[in-house]
Design a protein around this ligand. Structure first.
Ligand SMILES: C[S@@+](CC[C@H](N)C(=O)[O-])C[C@H]1O[C@@H](n2cnc3c(N)ncnc32)[C@H](O)[C@@H]1O
Length: 233
């Protein structure tokens, strides 16, 4: 799908949406709940590669007690998401413009309850599988920032990426549930929130693959892979 044209006056426009965007988001590490003004027991949901923010905004709206932090690496796309959230007036969502490889700079150990990954770039196996957001090197970071029992909700239109991701999550000690290769014709469709890409794929009749991956609730944190096998380079 076509790339978004670079927006004009990005710094000024980001500053104008101050409640939704942070100039130095690393300073919020470990403090997202207080900063977002939700109670100390509120769940923290994180989304990686949130695009123009439709899913983040709708999910935050459906879960007003949750603190929702969405990450997107493209500045213009992040700005589009921020301006949409500001126009909708949703208070429990905010955005970080950064690369997901840096996620541990923004979240403390066990700070997050849930991570959403929706329609991430598939990166062919021949090309750069280590850049897939479901590669075991990323999963090692997710294991760090997630609480015991924390979840990753994953959706994709790409069957090969889906198969690869199932292997990576299972090998990384996550338990998979709610697995489907046709989400829109499953029992879970009723509660599903569609993303922008998902809506376009649905209009073309393409099936959507989805699973939920959960960490053990007992806090078992032993790293399943040797450090040399999970570096991202
Ligand atoms: C295919 S789009 C999907 C957008 C949205 N999740 C949806 O389903 O409509 C992937 C998005 O992830 C962003 N992205 C890709 N790799 C990323 C990374 N390493 N860190 C943060 N964002 C990333 C891209 O800029 C793009 O906006």
């Amino acid at each position: 799908m076509a790339r978004m044209r670079k927006k004009k006056n990005i710094p000024e426009r980001l500053k104008a949406c101050g409640d939704y965007w942070f100039a130095v988001p690393v300073a919020n590490r470990g403090h997202w709940r207080e900063i977002m003004g939700v109670n100390a027991e509120a769940k923290v949901f994180v989304e990686l590669g949130c695009g123009k923010g439709t899913f983040a905004i709708e999910t935050a709206k459906k879960n007003p007690d949750v603190c929702y932090v969405a990450i997107e690496k493209d500045e213009s796309v992040t700005l589009a998401a921020i301006e949409k959230a500001a126009a909708a007036g949703i208070k429990n969502v905010c955005f970080i413009c950064t690369d997901a490889t840096l996620i541990t700079n923004y979240f403390d150990a066990e700070e997050a309850d849930r991570i959403y990954i929706n329609f991430c770039d598939p990166w062919s196996k021949r090309d750069k599988p280590k850049r897939r957001l479901t590669y075991r090197g990323f999963l090692a970071m997710y294991r760090t920032i997630l609480k015991p029992g924390g979840q990753v909700h994953f959706k994709t239109d790409d069957a090969r990426l889906f198969d690869f991701s199932i292997e990576e999550f299972e090998a990384s000690g996550f338990h998979l549930s709610a697995v489907t290769r046709d989400l829109h014709r499953s029992v879970w469709d009723e509660t599903n929130v569609r993303t922008e890409f998902e809506q376009k794929f649905a209009e073309r009749g393409l099936p959507i693959h989805r699973f939920v991956a959960e960490l053990p609730a007992n806090g078992e944190r032993e790293e399943p892979f040797a450090a040399s096998s999970i570096n991202l380079r």
